[in-house]
Design a protein around this ligand. Structure first.
Ligand code: ZN
Length: 243
């Protein structure tokens, strides 16, 4: 099966549309969103609607999604993030809210592959996998050979031999040949690796291969909508910097 994997859309409709135009969702057997559909960006409801209309789509819960539907989770977020959560809370309609409430923490029905927002290690704690030590905790609890994650907005490949490398645009990575891998698929709506282009991953589970794709989008419009919505200006600036 061929999977289209998206993460951290963060209410950026312009980036999401560019990804879907580029990827052609109808050509995939499944579409998986790794969470954080909302927060930060100006168009959370439109992003959730667009996502829900996709064929064969499943998604897991992200920490921003959770904070929209559970007020107590906002205590752990910084003021800029909370501004995005409150905006999402105001914008989301009933169907969008019920969609977020319905999301599972993990998708692990395939014995080889697990999909989760933050880390396979205590997913509900939203642990950041930033280095080989964080990854080692996750590998310890992983029965699957591959985990696809988001959360840091930094595309990277961790192996259980202790290596980490950036998952660069255009890279095609063989998976499950030797040992385990954790793949961070980067972010559609708020990349933080210095490349402002939206990121997505194509995963072929028969060939056991993942490919990183980056696509340009209309950053000016996404940034203007953030300012027009009264959100913190740094959320618009960082889209241009990709950080
Ligand atoms: Zn995020």
């Amino acid at each position: 099966m061929k999977h289209l994997i998206l993460s951290d859309i963060h209410g950026n409709l312009e980036a999401l549309r560019a990804v879907l135009d580029d990827a052609d969702p109808g050509s995939f057997d499944s579409i998986i969103c790794l969470g954080d559909c909302v927060g930060y960006g100006a168009s959370p409801n439109e992003c959730v609607c667009t996502l829900r209309e996709l064929p064969h789509m499943s998604a897991v819960l992200g920490n921003h999604d959770s904070a929209v539907v559970n007020r107590s989770e906002r205590n752990y977020l910084n003021p800029v993030a909370v501004a995005g959560i409150e905006h999402s809370d105001r914008e989301l309609d009933g169907d969008g809210r019920r969609f977020l409430e319905s999301l599972p923490m993990v998708i692990d029905s395939d014995p080889n592959t697990i999909f989760v927002h933050a880390s396979p290690f205590r997913p509900e704690k939203w642990v950041y996998v930033m280095d080989p030590m964080d990854a080692a905790d996750a590998f310890q609890v992983m029965s699957h050979s591959v985990a696809f994650i988001g959360h840091t907005h930094f595309p990277a490949i961790y192996s259980d031999s202790g290596t980490v490398e950036k998952f660069a645009a255009g890279a095609k990575v063989p998976l499950g040949v030797n040992g385990k891998r954790i793949i961070n698929v980067g972010s559609v709506g708020q990349p933080r690796d210095g490349d402002p282009r939206a990121a997505y991953v194509v995963f072929d589970d028969e060939e056991r291969r993942a490919e990183m794709v980056r696509v340009s989008y209309d950053i000016d419009t996404a940034a203007k909508k953030i300012l027009d919505a009264g959100l913190p200006p740094m959320l618009a600036d960082r889209l241009r910097r990709g950080y």
